[in-house]
Design a protein around this ligand. Structure first.
Ligand code: SF4
Ligand code: SF4
Length: 95
C-alpha cells in the first residue's frame, strides 16, 4: 500500500528528492504523497526511502490504499514504462 505523511511533518524537505517516483510534493501545509505514484519503493529499493530519511518518523502506511506487493510492482512497471534506464532497471538496448 502507499505511504502517507502525517501532520507531524516539520516540512524539512529531505524526503521529496529521495522519492524515485516523484510521489512526494509540498501540500498546502505539509508534504503529501500521491498514492497513485507511491510503490513503497518496490522496484527501486528494498525499503521506503522517504522513511529512511524522515527525522520525525511521520510516514506510516496509508490504510486507505491497501495494495499487495504484486500490485505495487505492477504500479512500478506502469510508472517506469519507457524509462528503461531508470534506477533499478537494466537498459538492455545499451548493453
Ligand atoms: S515509499 Fe518510496 S515511492 Fe513511496 S513516497 Fe516514499 S520514497 Fe516515494
Ligand atoms: S522527511 Fe518527514 S518531516 Fe521532512 S518533509 Fe518529509 S515527511 Fe515531512
Amino acid at each position: 500500500m502507499a505511504l502517507k505523511i502525517t501532520d507531524q511533518c516539520i516540512n524539512c524537505d529531505v524526503c521529496e528528492p529521495e522519492c524515485p517516483n516523484g510521489a512526494i510534493y509540498q501540500g498546502i501545509e505539509i508534504y503529501e504523497i500521491d498514492p497513485s505514484k507511491c510503490t513503497e519503493c518496490v522496484g527501486h529499493f528494498d525499503t521506503p526511502q522517504c522513511r529512511e530519511v524522515c527525522p520525525v518518523d511521520c510516514i506510516p502506511l496509508d490504510e486507505l490504499h491497501v495494495e499487495t506487493p504484486e500490485q505495487l510492482f505492477a504500479k512500478f512497471l506502469k510508472l517506469t514504462e519507457g524509462k528503461t534506464s531508470d534506477a533499478g532497471l537494466v537498459d538492455k538496448k545499451a548493453a
